[in-house]
Design a protein. Structure first.
Length: 158
């Protein structure tokens, strides 16, 4: 998502009309998603993943460098538009869609890409607890991003 957004942002830079995909609320959502990717990988998945060679490079770029760079870029450049509090509702739709997709695919293939949703090794109860924790973190983080945006936006436009 980040690479697609950045590519389109470069293509449409300095044009009069831009696709809705580049709108500020979408950028905020992508910032939230890549932050979740960063946090979950760094705290939960990294201890179990030990790539080498090119996979090690790809891992660092995808899970550390790109998320941090995108978050910093968002903080510096995404304050021309004031976010609304209800964006958190829309932002959660993708998280729930991706979670359902992952669980359905895992049910049919037996492959779950994340330990915390792997129904081959955890119970439904543990899955439910994990989902509640993940969604609480995601919603809290999303609200923090909206709050930060609103504070900086107001400060810049006084």
């Amino acid at each position: 998502m980040v690479v697609l957004w950045l590519t389109l942002a470069l293509i449409y830079k300095n044009r009069d009309t831009i696709p809705k995909f580049l709108a500020s609320p979408v950028r905020g959502a992508i910032t939230l998603y890549i932050t979740i990717t960063f946090i979950v990988f760094a705290t939960v998945l990294a201890p179990y993943y030990h790539p080498t060679g090119l996979a090690l490079y790809n891992n660092y770029v995808s899970h550390y460098f790109l998320p941090i760079a995108f978050i910093i870029d968002w903080l510096i450049t995404e304050m021309e538009f004031e976010y609304k509090w209800n964006y958190i509702i829309y932002w959660s739709f993708y998280l729930l869609f991706y979670l359902n997709y992952t669980l359905i695919r895992g049910y049919f293939t037996g492959f779950y890409p994340y330990l915390f949703v792997n129904l081959n090794s955890i119970s439904i109860l543990q899955l439910t607890i994990n989902i509640i924790i993940l969604m609480c973190i995601a919603l809290s983080l999303g609200l923090v991003y909206i709050y930060v945006n609103r504070k900086i936006y107001k400060k810049k436009n006084i």
